[in-house]
Ligand binder design. Structure first.
Ligand SMILES: C[S@@+](CC[C@H](N)C(=O)[O-])C[C@H]1O[C@@H](n2cnc3c(N)ncnc32)[C@H](O)[C@@H]1O
Length: 314
């Protein structure tokens, strides 16, 4: 999860920027799809290299991010779609759009955590919201106050990998209605007496946030669309921030690259690329970032597949 270091609520430092540019390798005239464009940090650098805003598409489900992107790229605006990346990918596929460079930098932006009223932060008291797209009706408050005990326990176990999922679910049901993030943080912490390295409610917050935004199912459903929209030779980079997301990315890339004759991807990273020490010092939320990259295999008429050079950093 991203940890906020910025006082400015519109400030987001793009993670692993150098590595993104290495693996995405954007060249002049290439078409770029950014599925989580956020505050446009990665997009700005990619577009500086492609010089092709006319074929670029930037997607984000967050209204504040979209407003920021529109301002940031006002001079030569790329196409900006305010929707979730699964919906956007379906639309783009139906429109038969294809791209040379595809980026998904998953999860929350710093402004999500900075703006207390969004309800993502464990450190500030706020209404239980946690919606990335504030047009949707499902909020953390609705999940916590209406879902059954069993369903809540499953969410905490599955999306938070919380060992005390059942005990927390029981306490939520006994204490509800819950209205604020402090109530939730106190309640989740109460099952973990004593001191711990990380905040004891962190897994609960992650789980509820993932459920509210349907994050894992979105990723599972959207990734095959991203791969099918890649042009031959095109590159895809996905950055995840927790093990559940990384597992989906790893498995999807593996499924598309393992078969010797039917593979349509070549892995560019055998292991996930992580941030170097100096980046973590400068931007602590890069600590949990994991980058995986792959390239679409070029079909060669004489041989079945022509492999791309492996650009993995040694
Ligand atoms: C880590 S930030 C991206 C930051 C961006 N790369 C930059 O340089 O500014 C993640 C962004 O993805 C958006 N997001 C997360 N899940 C999404 C989804 N399923 N569909 C669309 N946008 C999503 C969030 O709203 C957030 O703005």
């Amino acid at each position: 999860m991203h940890q906020n270091q910025n006082k400015n609520t519109n400030n987001h430092i793009p993670v692993l920027l150098e590595e993104v540019l290495t693996y995405l390798d954007p060249k002049q005239g290439e078409a770029y799809l950014d599925l989580t464009a956020g505050y446009g940090g990665h997009a700005e650098e990619v577009l500086r290299r492609t010089q092709a805003t006319n074929t670029a598409v930037l997607v984000d489900r967050d209204e504040q991010a979209v407003a920021h992107l529109k301002k940031k790229f006002a001079k030569t605006p790329p196409e900006i779609r305010h929707m979730d990346f699964y919906g956007a990918s379906k639309q783009l596929s139906q429109e038969e759009r294809t791209f040379d460079c595809i980026l998904a930098d998953l999860g929350l932006s710093s402004p999500h955590l900075d703006k207390a009223s969004r309800g993502f932060s464990i450190r500030t008291d706020a209404p239980l919201d946690m919606r990335m797209d504030q047009r949707q009706t499902l909020s953390a408050e609705l999940v916590l106050n209406t879902y059954g005990e069993e369903e809540l326990a499953d969410i905490l176990h599955q999306y938070g990998e919380e060992p005390k999922a059942r005990a927390i679910a029981r306490r939520i049901v006994a204490k509800r209605p819950l209205h604020t993030t402090k109530e939730l943080a106190d309640l989740a912490s109460s099952v973990w007496p004593g001191r711990s390295k990380q905040h004891p409610a962190i897994r609960t917050f992650q789980a509820i946030r993932i459920a509210v935004n349907d994050e894992i199912e979105q990723l599972k459903a959207a990734m095959p669309e991203w791969i099918s929209m890649l042009k031959p030779g095109g590159r895809i980079v996905v950055i995840s921030f927790h093990s559940l997301e990384d597992r989906v990315v790893k498995q999807t890339f593996a499924e598309h690259s393992k078969h010797p004759y039917e593979a349509d991807l070549q892995l560019l990273t055998k292991r996930p690329v992580t941030a170097r020490h100096h980046e973590i010092v400068f931007n602590p939320r890069a600590r949990s970032a994991k980058l995986r990259a792959a390239a679409k295999i070029k079909i060669n008429k004489n041989r079945k597949h022509k492999k791309l050079p492996n650009t993995e950093r040694g």
